[in-house]
Design a protein around this ligand. Structure first.
Ligand code: NDP
Length: 295
């Protein structure tokens, strides 16, 4: 029985982090500057707090200075904007990240617009996204999760040019930029979303599938063309009495079925997740090098 190659995001991410560590060391010793990342967290969502904690730990491990601001749920938009403006002007900060989702009373658009594009390491500023979508333009930063997906395809020698790719999901932070990136790499891209009829018929044509939906095990065996490469972005907790925490994490793709049909697949956890953080560190380093003109 055929079995797909496992695309080990954890080990690829580790290699990237080692390279970043070495590069930051070289930067510190030659110009006396270390990259700095400012993270703004509003409210007390547990998942957001975990993501922010992991990002901070990752920064420390490679030598990036991290500055964290935690604001209460009932803060005003003005308070958040004030911090963004302070970080925009702070020369020790090279990247600014506002952890999403924001509380509902805040206007996400106003807040993302306020981050200066030179420090927009999440790549969510509309100018960066706009440039990503336009031919002949270059964004200063590419959003971390989709960038990590493409990086995994590259490191595993998957050619993208001329291939049929299907992205399932069209969110601003994952699906849409993933589709733009694949198109920039000369794939022919289809986008499947919640209103798509017979999504499995479209998905089955793909040489490359990126699934970013948030529905556990939605992509079944009959959605997959034999030999396809699958990047599973989904992180979904499902009940599991056997696990000490009472739940375990699964992707958007039914791994057991996909393994038998695909030629390669990312596991959940240990696939895209670690790559997202590695790309954030990479974007922060890119930013610091650009701002200080360090080659
Ligand atoms: P969103 O909820 O913002 O977007 C989900 C997308 O999936 C939407 O475009 C939606 O369509 C589409 N969708 C929902 N249900 C269906 C369906 N039944 N059939 C087809 N399409 C559907 O999620 P995100 O993009 O933020 O995240 C997606 C997943 O990726 C989540 O599991 C999240 O936890 C995970 N994630 C993982 C990261 C990582 O580092 N590994 C980082 C970020 C997210 P429509 O637009 O029509 O509503």
């Amino acid at each position: 029985e055929a079995s797909a190659k496992v695309i080990d995001g954890k080990s690829v991410a580790k290699e990237i982090r080692d390279e970043i560590t070495a590069e930051i060391y070289r930067m510190k010793h030659s110009i006396g500057v270390a990259p700095g990342l400012a993270v703004i967290l509003v409210g007390d969502r547990k998942d957001s707090a975990t993501y922010v904690r992991n990002k901070k730990k990752a920064c420390e491990s490679v030598g990036i200075n991290s500055y964290e601001v935690c604001l209460p749920e009932d803060s005003t938009e003005q308070e958040v904007l004030k911090y963004i403006s302070t970080f925009n002007d702070d020369p020790s900060v090279h990247g600014i990240l506002v952890q999403l989702p924001l509380p509902l009373h805040m206007n996400e658009q106003n807040i993302l617009n306020a981050v200066c594009i030179e420090k927009d390491v999440d790549g969510f500023h509309p100018l960066n996204i706009g440039r990503l979508a336009m031919r002949g333009r270059e964004p200063l930063f590419v959003p971390c999760t989709p960038k990590g997906c493409i990086e995994l395809l590259h490191t595993h020698g998957v050619s993208i040019k001329g291939k049929r790719a299907v992205v399932i999901g069209r969110s601003n932070i994952v699906g849409m930029p993933a589709a733009l990136l694949l198109q920039r790499e000369d794939a022919t891209v289809s986008i499947v979303h919640s209103r798509t009829k017979k999504p499995e018929e479209i998905s089955k044509q793909a040489d490359i599938i990126i699934a970013a939906v948030g529905q556990p095990n939605m992509v079944r065996g009959n959605w997959i063309k034999p030999g396809a490469v699958i990047i599973d972005v989904g992180i979904n907790p499902v009940e599991d009495a056997k696990s000490p925490r009472g739940y375990r994490l699964v992707g958007d793709v039914c791994y057991e079925e996909a393994c038998k049909i695909a030629s390669a697949i990312t596991p959940v956890p240990g696939g895209v997740g670690p790559m997202t953080i590695a790309m954030l560190l990479s974007n922060t380093l890119i930013s610091a090098k650009r701002i200080h003109n360090f080659k």
